[in-house]
Every structure is written in C-alpha cells, then in structure tokens.
Design a protein around this ligand. Structure first.
Ligand code: BEZ
Length: 209
C-alpha cells in the first residue's frame, strides 16, 4: 500500500493553511517531508504538529521543507492550529493540507481501510530534491512519531547521498560511518584518506566525512 521507496513522489495541488498549494512549487530545490495525521482536534496529532513547528530551525538547517496533511476541512484545521499554538508553545510555521476529499491521502496511500475508512494514519515520506521517495514510515493513530529520529534519518540519507557511506544502527552525527560495501578497498582508500578500520571485508568503518 502507498508509494514505494525509489518512486517519484507525485505532485498535487490542494488547499492549505497557507492558501492554494502546489507541492512541487512549494518544495522547490529542497528536500521534503509530507506527513499525515488522523484528524484535527486530536491529542497525539496536536503534540506532533507542535513538535514539528518547534523543530523548524533543524529542518531549515538540513534544507528540508515540511508539509502536514489531514482529512479535515480548512476552517476546522485553522481553528485547531490556534489550539496547537496555545497548548504547545509554538507557532505552526509549515503548511497543513486540508484534504477533505481524501484525494491526496489516497494518492499517497495514507488511508489504511483496516485502520479507518476515513482517517489518514500517521504516514511520513522523506523526499529528495529530485522528488524521489527516500524513506517512508507508517505509525498507528495511537503512537506519536519520534521527530528526533526523523532528523537523524535525514542526516543519514543526506550523508549517503553525498558520500559512499552507509550508516550503522543507532548512528548519530559525528560518529563513525561504514564504507559502502560496493566500494573496492583501493578505491575506498582514495575516498577516505583519514583511514579505514577493516573489521571484515564487508565491514569497514571510517570517520564521518
Ligand atoms: C490522536 O491524534 O490523538 C488520535 C487520533 C485518532 C485516534 C486516536 C488518537
């Protein structure tokens, strides 16, 4: 269900809290995140949108533009945003799409009929500047997402895109990375002049480029 890794994230037009909205125009040359949540005036979603708003600087630093989506009408979302700002000590500073018709949610596979015929689940897509879907997660309505992990994932995806490295379990900024397995030793030595720690032929660490 939904779009797959490596596929293009489809463009769409819609209504949003910042007005009429074209997804690709909004993203421009940036990375993108689109994340859905089950509905307005729901407690877990309230905390999620507040957290995303508070993390704006972190998304900006990584050149990521964030878009929320819910299957409610715009008026209701606008009223809810006032509550979010009040209760989460934030200013919602990213667009939220009012997808009352479910058109966009269906396009992105954000409605899971076994969970609810009408509400979106907690889907999240990370999209590269070339519009490729690089990561997707789906959480149930009952569990809020960990946006620290989303930032970590963006860091890892951006690093892997720029350098021939992959990231180990629980990797964080500044920690050693793994040399991409497809890189032969002699080529790897040229790429990583600071040195390579060879544990096994397939497990070679180097410091974060
Ligand atoms: C929530 O966001 O709090 C929520 C939404 C739907 C069902 C349960 C919780």
């Amino acid at each position: 269900m939904g779009l797959k890794l490596g596929e293009d994230a489809p463009n769409f037009q819609g209504t949003s809290t910042i007005g009429e909205f074209d997804f690709y125009s909004f993203l421009g040359p940036s990375w993108g995140i689109i994340f859905s949540h089950p509905g307005a005036f729901t407690p877990v979603c309230t905390t999620e949108l507040g957290e995303v708003a508070r993390l704006k600087n972190e998304f900006d630093k990584r050149n990521v533009k964030v878009v929320g989506l819910t299957t409610d009408d715009l008026g209701k979302i606008q009223e809810w945003v006032k509550d979010i700002n009040e209760t989460q000590q934030c200013t919602v500073n990213f667009p939220v799409i009012a997808d009352q018709s479910h058109k966009i949610a269906s396009l992105y596979g954000m409605i899971h009929p076994d969970a609810s015929a009408t509400f979106t689940v907690r889907s999240l897509y990370i999209i590269s500047p070339s519009r490729e879907i690089k990561l997707k997660i789906t959480y149930p309505a009952s569990l809020g997402r960990n946006f620290t992990e989303i930032l970590r994932a963006i860091d890892g995806l951006q690093l892997s895109k720029e350098h021939a490295v992959v990231l180990p379990a629980n990797w964080k900024q500044g920690e050693d990375v793994i040399v991409a397995p497809q890189l032969p030793d002699d080529v790897a030595a040229l790429h990583f002049p600071k040195g390579i720690k060879r544990i096994k032929p397939y497990l070679r660490y180097t410091s974060q480029p």
